[in-house]
Design a protein around this ligand. Sequence first.
Ligand SMILES: [Zn+2]
Ligand SMILES: [Zn+2]
Length: 174
Amino acid sequence: MTTCASCNQTILFGGYVEDGFRFCNKKCAKKGSIIRDAARIPESDVTPRVWEIRNGRCPSCSGPGPIDLHRSYRVWSGLVMTSYSTRQNVCCARCAQGARMKDAAFSLVFGWWGFPWGLIWTPIQVARNVWAMVRAEDSSAPSNDLKTLVRLQLAAGAAAAKDNPITTYAGVPR
Ligand SMILES: [Zn+2]
Ligand SMILES: [Zn+2]
């Protein structure tokens, strides 16, 4: 049994091979190559962009920074299916708390209605939001998450200039 080098899904039949890696399809191969490219971008290209974002204005409230990558968590269910996700918000700390509050409320309203996974994932996602809200985040320097995002952005931008792929990182300030 093989798994996709990009998304880790199990590949039952066929798939798509590139550079000796096996992927679900061409779309995953493209993402996989962006991840490999991202790792090769020199620190000296990444750092200035990271600080530019960090010292910029908040993309959601236009307030002053510091701006960083903050995660929030949500889940919704529809009878037989439950969908949970981690959302990446590039914003100020206040907007991050707001996003977590909203996602916790969203999950409490829409998360439960699937059996059994809704009953399991709703408390998990709500707890993750609450935990993220009470945990004191170290705001003295840009997080590694933001650096990773910038790397992926730069790699995706370079790939876009090359052959115009699907942009997977939407909603991030340029
Ligand atoms: Zn895949
Ligand atoms: Zn904000």
